[in-house]
Design a protein around this ligand. Structure first.
Ligand code: AMP
Ligand code: ZN
Length: 177
């Protein structure tokens, strides 16, 4: 589907670019799921996390370093998560750099929530470790990934289990105060 290629246009848009060099680009996520949400992408045509091999370690490590540098520079002291979705919806490999407040009107669904707070979210450190040890990223199966997205809601900072998204959002506000 055409929309799955949307990041290929977005990454070339200077209005969205935070950083641009010979092999990577960092853009603002158009539908940020937290107060600060960037995407780090390689110019090289790597479609997804599933295509990664040991030969990509250099670029993956550069993406990791740049992500952390930008979070320090632009994050206003916020804490961040750095990683990839196990089953991405958009083409071109992209690392999420997302502040852990999850305070955003675009964060609406249980699926959104679980995609950042369960094992559906593959931390950048794990991607690097897997590529170094086995030459690919050890990912959950498609059926396990969809189970992760259906996990009952749970706060990522305390044991509270809200019954629905509005309750979760009210609760998250307490952690960001
Ligand atoms: P994923 O589920 O990992 O494929 O996430 C795709 C991300 O791309 C989501 O966080 C979207 O909000 C974001 N996104 C979708 N379309 C665009 C766009 N045109 N420009 C920037 N970010 C986008
Ligand atoms: Zn909590």
């Amino acid at each position: 589907m055409a929309w799955t290629y949307g990041l290929l246009d977005a990454m070339k848009d200077p209005r969205l670019q935070i950083h641009n060099d010979y092999d990577i680009v960092v853009i603002k996520d158009c539908y940020p799921k937290a107060e600060v949400h960037f995407l780090v992408l390689p110019w090289k045509n790597i479609p997804s996390i599933k295509d990664l091999t040991g030969s990509h370690l250099t670029i993956i490590k550069r993406m990791d370093l740049k992500a952390r540098e930008i979070a320090r520079e632009k994050g206003g002291g916020r804490k961040f998560k750095f990683g990839y979705h196990a089953e991405p919806s958009m083409k071109r490999l992209h690392m999420h750099v997302i502040s852990d407040d999850f305070n955003s009107p675009a964060l609406k669904t249980k699926k959104h929530w679980n995609s950042y707070t369960t094992n559906f979210f593959i931390p950048s450190e794990k991607v690097i470790k897997d590529l170094e040890s086995i030459g690919r990223v050890n990912l959950p199966s498609t059926s396990q990934s969809s189970l992760y997205l259906k996990t009952p809601l749970k706060c990522h900072k305390c044991p509270y289990s809200p019954g629905n998204m509005p309750a979760l959002k009210l609760h998250l506000a307490k952690h960001t105060e």
